[in-house]
Structures are given as structure tokens and as C-alpha cells.
Design a protein around this ligand. Structure first.
Ligand code: PLP
Length: 312
């Protein structure tokens, strides 16, 4: 029988150089690391975050994965796909009420066999509490718990391996931040070389600094200071968009031929271009921007986006 590790085959994740007179004039080399291409459904950073967790669940003999997320969550989508492909039952605890018909994210999750349960926002705040997890075990039986966004020590370890997949020298590596798990992994993987920059996609995301420190502390490494988080590019908060952001995304796609979404990667790239313009980066720097994937989430935003699209 094939074991799980040999089944977890990743697709190539090309490093694509962006060519433009703007970047050339600022003497900046900017590359997009296409981890969005690593798997058709377990997209981008979610692949790296799930990798060691799936192996751990298998090692512990767990047949069921349980996790949490919003109604358009990339993590819910990826976990459902992983369960389907690698032989786990999956339970998704969803924030909010059930709406029928299911939106495309939850429809996909259910089609993958995920068992969906809905809890209100107040209940959702208890999602990491021991009493609540115990209650869930009483209801659903034994499971392997993946926290919201899949962020835990094993996902930090998984994301640290993104660094090893970049085969050029660079000065900066950038990622969007939701829970900070991916950023913590990059910092761990850099091991004091270069600099990691996270872009908060949340309004009031300042708590991310402590969360990232705590994640690194699990590896007994809290002395790194080659990283920072930018808080100026959330565009009003999670999944909030503006015309300026959508225009940027459309122009970016047209100029560079890479599809992005405005919830995560679009906000980060807007930030990077703005920082290049403001000469934040030293001349002749090489920057890596992670395309963390999440294209499935676009479906949930399409109506909002259409309102802003004035260029084609
Ligand atoms: C989940 C997600 C992120 C955020 O990752 P964190 O590790 O939670 O900070 C970034 N980009 C995409 C596309 C995601 O789906």
C-alpha cells in the first residue's frame, strides 16, 4: 500500500520575474513565487500548512479532521479537498448561519464529503477553548484538530520549507498575513538571513506581531528580528475591497499575465509596489512575493468586484 507521504506529491511552483520599466527604473528585481500552482485544490500556503498535519494525523491513527472557518474560507476548501484525496473524514465548523443554496466554497467542501456545522459568532470565539473542543469530541467522536487557518507548529514547519524551494539569492520575501502562520514559517525557514515582510489583510491586525512571536517561540526561537508586518494595506479589513485595489489587480494581471485575487495576494502586491515607489527597498534589491493562491475565494467576491470594474 502506498503511504501518505508518497501520495503527497507537489506540482512545480515556478519563480516568475516581473518585467516592467517601473521596476527597472527603481532598480528592483521582483519575482512571484507561484506556490498557488502546487495543487489544483489545496492551494498555495494551505498545502504547506496541511502537509505535516496530515502526516501527524495519519501517524496518530486519526481518521477525521475537524477545523474552523468562515463561509468563503480557503482553509475549509483545502481541508475538504485534502480529506477527499488522502482518505480522511472532514468536519467543518463554519462561522455564521447556513444559507441555501450553499455558496461555491461550501458546495465544493460538501461535495468533497465535508460534514458542515454552523455556529454563531459568539460561539465561534470559543473555538480554541479546551471546554469547547471537549464538547465537540463528545458530539463528533475523536478527531484531529486543525485550528482556524490551519495555523499551528506543524504548519509553521511546513511553511518554512517554502524557502528551500526558492533557488535564487534574494533580500526580501513577502507574504500576505491572515493568522501569521505562513509568515512565522518563512521567518523560521530564513534562519536570520534576509528579511521577511508580512502584509496584514485584517484591520486591527496588530495582534499578529505577538501571534507570530508565539508561533516562533514554540521552536524556541524568539530572537529573530529580520521581519516586520505592514498594516497599511488592508483596504478596510478582511475581504474588503476598493476601486483602487481592484484597478491595481486588473492592471497587474494585464501587465504580468498572472491571475491574483484581491483578498490576500492583491493587497500584498499593492503594498510591495507602493513601497517600491516610496523607495522602501534598497536599490538593486531582489524581492520574492509569494502567490499564496486562494483563487477559489474569488467566486464569493465577484458581485462586489463587478461593481468596480471599469477597465477591461
Ligand atoms: C490563508 C491564506 C493566507 C493567510 O495565511 P496565514 O498563514 O493565515 O497568515 C494568505 N493567502 C491566502 C491565499 C490564504 O488562503
Amino acid at each position: 500500500m502506498e503511504n501518505l507521504e508518497s501520495k503527497l506529491k507537489a506540482l512545480p511552483t515556478p519563480l516568475v520575474k516581473l518585467e516592467s520599466s517601473f521596476l527597472k527604473n527603481h532598480k528592483i528585481s521582483l519575482y512571484v513565487k507561484r506556490i498557488d500552482l502546487i495543487h489544483p485544490h489545496i492551494s498555495g500556503n494551505k498545502w504547506f500548512k496541511l502537509y505535516y498535519n496530515l502526516l501527524e494525523a495519519k501517524n496518530l491513527g486519526k481518521n477525521t479532521l475537524l477545523t474552523f472557518g468562515g463561509t468563503y474560507s480557503n482553509h475549509i476548501y483545502a481541508t475538504a479537498a485534502a480529506g477527499n484525496e488522502y482518505g480522511f473524514n472532514t468536519i467543518g465548523i463554519i462561522r455564521g448561519e447556513e444559507y441555501l443554496p450553499l455558496n461555491p466554497t461550501l458546495k465544493f467542501a460538501e461535495d468533497c464529503g465535508m460534514d458542515l456545522h454552523y455556529i454563531n459568532r459568539t460561539q465561534y470565539r470559543n473555538k480554541a477553548k479546551v471546554v469547547y473542543i471537549t464538547e465537540l469530541k463528545n458530539t463528533f467522536g475523536d478527531f484531529y484538530l486543525l485550528p482556524e487557518g490551519g495555523t499551528n507548529s506543524l504548519s509553521v514547519k511546513g511553511c518554512s520549507e517554502i524557502i528551500g524551494k526558492i533557488d535564487i539569492d534574494f533580500d526580501y520575501i513577502c507574504t500576505p498575513c491572515g493568522t501569521g502562520g505562513t509568515l512565522a514559517g518563512l521567518i523560521f525557514g530564513l534562519n536570520s538571513r534576509c528579511k521577511a515582510i508580512g502584509f496584514s489583510v485584517l484591520k486591527g491586525g496588530e495582534f499578529l506581531i505577538n501571534d507570530v512571536k508565539n508561533l516562533l517561540y514554540n521552536y524556541k526561537i524568539n530572537q529573530y528580528n529580520n521581519w516586520e508586518i505592514k498594516f497599511d494595506y488592508h483596504f478596510g479589513g478582511y475581504a474588503k475591497i476598493t476601486k483602487e485595489l481592484i484597478d491595481f489587480v486588473k492592471v497587474f494581471e494585464k501587465n504580468y499575465g498572472i491571475s491574483i485575487e484581491p483578498i490576500y495576494t492583491g493587497k500584498m502586491l499593492f503594498g510591495i509596489f507602493d513601497m517600491v515607489k516610496n523607495n522602501y527597498f534598497q536599490k538593486k534589491s531582489t524581492i520574492i512575493a509569494l502567490h499564496t493562491g486562494g483563487m477559489q475565494g474569488l467566486k464569493g467576491l465577484q458581485n462586489k468586484i463587478d461593481k468596480y470594474v471599469t477597465i477591461s
